[in-house]
Design a protein around this ligand. Structure first.
Ligand SMILES: Cc1cc2nc3c(=O)[nH]c(=O)nc-3n(C[C@H](O)[C@H](O)[C@H](O)COP(=O)(O)OP(=O)(O)OC[C@H]3O[C@@H](n4cnc5c(N)ncnc54)[C@H](O)[C@@H]3O)c2cc1C
Length: 322
């Protein structure tokens, strides 16, 4: 399909970044087109799945400070659409008490006055039952952290964008970009023009940027998203106020391990390793490295006595970063 309409802006990629960008543009009365290569909704990028963690506990001030606005924007969207997208659970951060990684979290939170509770080895199990805190580990809780309902958020924000007059074209892969005062974007189904262009293509960013002779130092990793079965259903349930959690480093690895309470799949807790094997986003499932699962099994056996240390479900997602 060819279009004579000239948009104020074209956004390429309808993951969480592109969908929210398009929605914010439409709110500012910009005539916006959102292009997506797959039929929506899909599970082939980085934004699918039922849950994500939202938190102020970060290692860098920049992220922590950005979160004030983020929380406001999430609740604004909830109000506008009449949908619940956030559930407060708190985030438990654990790690060797005197390690750089743990102290980075603690100090950033203190510096930015993030509401938190410091747990001691003596009162830990009273607040967080059924988790073993390693000897020498510190523990704190980012009280206002919680769960975001990811799939629901995408559907909601795309719906709000359309209500504001925004146009979504899915199953349209962008195949070429011609820069200029008016940018021309060709897809598998048409040609579109706009005054400006936003590329939010996640793992495919460099494939798109190649059309305009640019490359960023990005690597794409496949993450095995693992769900672990509770021995007694409900032990780590969101309804029992079990928190999200993050281990900065531990006996099994010096990299992060994080998880969310059982919620989307009843009786299953999501626990992932923050590192994966390098992959090409068009061939994600050819990356079959499962060494992270061994690390997670040892972590689960050591720290979560109420879980069976064998993943019951393994899904895939991708990280893109430097
Ligand atoms: C396992 C996992 C756990 C995570 N946990 C958290 C968490 O707890 N908290 C948190 O804040 N973040 C978390 N993240 C990170 C967060 O999910 C990502 O940062 C976010 O989803 C990235 O969104 P995106 O829009 O940049 O990318 P994507 O969702 O990948 O979107 C890019 C879109 O662009 C489309 N596209 C690409 N090329 C083209 C083309 N040529 N034409 C048209 N469309 C194209 C793709 O199909 C895709 O839909 C997690 C990520 C993973 C994988």
């Amino acid at each position: 399909m060819s279009s004579e309409v000239e948009y104020d802006c074209i956004v390429i990629g309808a993951g969480v970044q592109g969908s929210f960008t398009a929605y914010q543009l439409a709110k500012r009365n910009k005539k916006t087109l959102l292009l997506e290569q797959f039929v929506l909704p899909h599970t082939r990028g980085s934004s699918h799945g039922q849950t994500r963690i939202i938190r102020k506990a970060y290692e860098q001030d920049f992220y922590t400070q950005m979160m004030d606005e983020c929380y406001k924007l999430w609740s604004q969207l909830e109000r506008e659409a009449g949908v619940t997208l956030y559930r407060q659970t708190g985030l438990l951060v654990m790690g060797p008490e005197h390690s750089d990684s743990y102290l980075l979290y603690k100090n950033t939170m203190e510096r930015n006055n993030v509401p938190m509770v410091i747990l001691t080895p003596e009162n830990f199990s009273q607040h967080i039952p059924n988790v073993i805190l390693a000897e020498g580990d510190g523990a704190l809780v980012d009280i206002n952290a919680g769960v975001l309902y990811a799939d629901r958020a995408l559907k909601t924000v795309q719906g709000q964008f359309q209500k504001l007059g925004g146009v979504i074209r899915d199953k349209e892969k962008v195949t070429d970009i011609t820069p200029g005062p008016v940018v021309t974007v060709s897809t598998s189904a048409g040609v579109y023009r706009a005054k400006s262009l936003v590329i939010t293509a996640g793992p495919w960013a460099n494939k798109l940027l190649a059309h305009i002779g640019l490359q960023l130092p990005l690597e794409v990793e496949k993450i095995n998203v693992c769900y672990w079965k509770e021995k007694v259903p409900g032990t780590y349930d969101v309804k029992k106020r079990f928190p999200c959690f993050l281990l900065t480093e531990g006996e099994e690895s010096d990299r992060h391990i994080y998880g969310l309470p059982s919620n989307e799949y009843p009786g299953l807790v999501k626990i992932c390793y923050h590192v994966g094997g390098e992959t090409d986003p068009d061939h994600r499932d050819k990356q079959t490295d499962r060494s992270d699962i061994g690390i997670l099994q040892r972590f689960v056996a050591r720290c979560f006595p109420g879980l069976i240390p064998e993943p019951a479900v393994v899904e895939s997602c991708m990280y893109t970063g430097p």
